[in-house]
Design a protein around this ligand. Structure first.
Ligand code: NQM
Length: 365
């Protein structure tokens, strides 16, 4: 390296925006093989735990406390393996249990940047296996003239401006972390929270989620995200419900886990299918997670689920559901079979490399 030797260890990485998330991406081969050593390195790289993450790359929010780890896959028919790690500003956890569809959007651009796969002419498609849950998807990026193209006309709410479209086609999302799509075997459950019965749909089509009516929690569902994050009474009730729902969903004690996500639903206001406010799980999301949106859209088409009261679902076997959220909407294309089961979910994201180089962490870690 052109730099002097110091007591800091330099680890190659690229800082990438994936959808509405941001974080460093690493080649698996650049990280320690030992999981505990890897996690110590990631915590130091992000500056966690510290509410401001002042000593690292983290952006002081769960959506900017994320890490992507990529390698060439050895699974037949799969091009890349992607591992997502959720860190936090306020604690020292490195959670690789659930997926992140936003960071996933940056995995293929990163792999092409680092030469893991060849760039094709026109568009480049890769099959990606997420090691978090074993889910597979096909991701397509724009590569006109065999060159990566990041700028374009695609717009996603929660990200300023426009960029080149990245399409993600999910192949098998049902029961990602939970044992099945509907882990309780019911489309609607009644759960006691502080002595009051609350109706909820407990569902996992890519993300474990608890769907409840905003009005059952004393809000309209149209409040700004920051206002809801600041609402301590609401957060306490949501957490009580979350702790009760975890074991029912086959997730065990979820006190220290960042799932299930809690989603307050209400009628759409801007021509969409449904309106949402998601807690991930302690902070209200400024928009909505990718697989969270897929899971909410799935609940909208499930007869008897809680979303049925308020959702406006287009007709047809292939339909686009617009999920309204605090900063706009998220369109999910769902394909359903004869029995109404969701067989495929597709959506649009964008991504961009922000910086390439080395992140420095103390060498003695
Ligand atoms: O649901 C936030 C995000 C996510 C997760 C969260 C995600 C997804 O917006 O696939 O992307 O739910 O913690 O990145």
């Amino acid at each position: 390296s052109q730099y002097p030797v110091s007591d800091q260890r330099a680890v190659p990485c690229m800082l990438m925006r994936g959808g509405t998330s941001r974080g460093p991406f690493f080649l698996e081969s650049d990280l320690p093989v030992d999981t505990a050593a890897r996690d110590r390195l990631l915590l130091a790289a992000m500056g966690s735990p510290d509410p401001r993450q002042i000593d690292g790359l983290g952006g002081a929010h769960p959506l900017t406390s994320k890490v992507g780890i990529v390698r060439r896959s050895t699974t037949p028919g799969v091009d890349l393996d992607f591992l997502f790690a959720q860190l936090q500003p306020n604690n020292d956890t490195v959670d690789v249990t659930p997926n992140c569809g936003n960071m996933l959007a940056a995995a293929l651009p990163f792999a092409l940047e680092r030469g893991l796969l060849p760039v094709a002419q026109g568009v480049t498609t890769a099959r990606i296996l997420t090691l978090n849950t074993g889910m597979q998807c096909d991701v397509t990026v724009q590569t006109p003239d065999g060159q990566l193209q990041y700028s374009g006309d695609a717009r996603i709410d929660g990200v300023p401006g426009t960029a080149a479209p990245i399409s993600i086609n999910f192949l098998d999302t049902a029961g990602s972390v939970c044992p099945s799509l509907l882990p309780t075997g019911r489309v609607l459950d009644r759960i006691a929270v502080d002595g009051v019965q609350v109706e909820a749909t407990l569902i996992d089509n890519g993300m474990p989620m608890v769907l409840i009516r905003a009005t059952d929690f004393g809000i309209t569902g149209y409040e700004p995200a920051a206002e809801l994050t600041a609402n301590d009474t609401l957060r306490a009730r949501l957490e009580a419900l979350r702790l009760a729902a975890g074991p029912l969903m086959g997730l065990g004690d979820v006190a220290a886990k960042n799932y299930p996500k809690m989603c307050l639903i209400s009628a759409p206001r801007d021509g969409g299918a449904i309106n949402t406010r998601c807690f991930i799980p302690h902070v209200c999301h400024d928009s909505i997670g990718v697989l969270a949106a897929v899971t909410v859209a799935t609940a909208c088409v499930l007869p008897g689920a809680i979303a049925g009261d308020v959702a406006r679902v287009p007709a047809g076997d292939v339909k686009t559901l617009s999920i309204e959220h605090p900063t706009g909407e998220f369109s999910v294309e769902l394909e359903t079979d004869q029995s109404g089961q969701v067989t495929r979910a597709a959506l649009l994201r964008t991504a961009r490399p922000i910086m390439r180089g080395e992140v420095l962490v103390p060498a003695h870690l």
